[in-house]
Write a protein that binds this ligand. Structure first.
Ligand code: SF4
Ligand code: SF4
Ligand code: FES
Length: 374
């Protein structure tokens, strides 16, 4: 047997940056922001979204890198071996205060106006970094799209900071490009082609633009028209969307005082990107079609037919025994293949498995089908 020895390869130290004096290794391609987030170092961001290509648009995340004349955007700057990065210096603090103070000059600061839907992260950050609020005020020059007749998405140009998270999400994640930045300078706004209603564009009403907007400029219409409380006053309850079998996770936003104190779902939001299998994404049904929850016509108990053929409410125990007796009756009269079972792609995989088990093992028929199979 030939003995082989391991080749004497030179040992390479992992690449690292010095982050606020702390050595942090990084993987090729990681940005300074990603390394900082892994290290638990907080760098404020507004236009960053882990699902999107970095844009470096909002300038909130600027940090000092030794040897660089200018502050650099942490969200867009790749980590370089040996770089010395400082995230909390007098210069960085001065930059943040200046930046937020400038943003505030055409941004409503009254929470009643600026935060009618989702929390306004710009106002939160301006307060956290103690940005001056008295640098004057000018009316926003950005065009609204008030005439858009779509039922779900409202755009409030006054609180838009042109960070392009919504347009990038629409293009890069949804692959739709229904909205884009339009205009120049202080007039930059979010528009559709020819200012059409979203209903007349390629928009799929996924609501992703609403979800990613850091200021709530893209907002949901229904809670606004119903004068629901702002999101920070609602209780989030994690649930699984029941519109299809994918199992997207969503957060039911519950107003505990609504519905005569019994509580009501007044909004649906997606969990943060990277925390659930749907990665912060939802479709039109999952995000906006929640009216059925408290609908007057919703069936809330099992129904069976009486002798007159009318549907009447009953208990689950009775409903199940009536159904079982009916199925056994058909099987006895016509044989197992007199029965057929049809399941649904709206059920979970486990429920579909149980239906085929019921069909094959209990009623001895392979007449089992599911709508996703067609
Ligand atoms: S709802 Fe979805 S598809 Fe429509 S504009 Fe927003 S991100 Fe694009
Ligand atoms: S609507 Fe929101 S996400 Fe879109 S550019 Fe304006 S602030 Fe950014
Ligand atoms: S988060 Fe880096 S520039 Fe906006």
């Amino acid at each position: 047997m030939i003995e082989r020895s391991e080749p004497d390869l030179p040992k390479r130290a992992p690449k690292s940056i010095e982050l606020d004096g702390r050595k942090m290794p990084f993987q090729a391609g990681e940005t300074i922001l990603e390394v900082a987030q892994r290290a638990g170092v907080e760098i404020p961001t507004l236009c960053h979204d882990p699902r999107l290509e970095p844009a470096g648009a909002c300038r909130t995340c600027l940090v000092e890198v030794e040897g660089q004349r200018r502050l650099l955007p942490a969200c867009k700057t790749p980590a370089q071996d040996g770089a010395e990065v400082r995230t909390e210096t007098e210069r960085v603090d001065r930059h943040r205060k200046t930046l937020f103070a400038l943003y505030l000059t055409d941004h409503p600061q009254d929470l009643e106006v600026a935060e009618r839907g989702a929390p306004n992260q710009l106002l939160e950050m301006a307060a956290r970094y103690e940005a001056p609020k008295d640098w004057g005020f000018m009316e926003s020059l950005r065009d609204n799209r008030d005439a858009d007749r779509n039922p779900y998405i409202h755009f409030n140009a006054d609180t838009c900071i042109s960070c392009a998270r919504c347009t990038r999400y629409c293009e890069e994640v949804e692959g739709v490009s229904a909205i884009s930045l339009a205009g120049r300078g202080a007039e930059t706004t979010i528009a559709t082609a020819d200012n059409l209603s979203l209903l007349d564009t390629t928009c799929e009403m996924c609501g992703g633009c609403v979800d990613v907007c850091p200021t709530g400029a893209m907002g949901e219409k229904l809670p606004l028209t119903r004068e629901a409380k702002p999101e920070r006053e609602l209780t989030k309850v994690r649930s699984t969307c029941n519109f299809c079998g994918v199992g997207c996770q969503l957060d039911l936003n519950v107003d505990p005082d609504a519905n005569e104190g019994r509580g009501a779902v007044v909004k649906v939001t997606s969990p943060p990107a990277g925390t659930t299998t749907n990665d912060g994404n939802l479709c039109v049904k999952g995000r906006f079609a929640y009216d059925f929850i408290h609908h007057d016509e919703r069936i809330t108990s099992p129904l069976i037919r009486n002798d007159a053929g009318e549907l009447i409410p009953t208990s689950w125990e009775n409903a199940l025994s009536v159904a079982a007796a009916g199925l056994h009756g058909v099987s006895e009269r016509h044989g197992p293949n007199g029965l057929g079972f049809v399941s649904s792609s709206r059920c979970t995989m486990e429920e579909n498995y149980l239906v085929q088990k019921l069909s094959r093992a209990v009623f001895k028929t392979n007449n089992i089908h599911q709508c996703a199979a067609t």
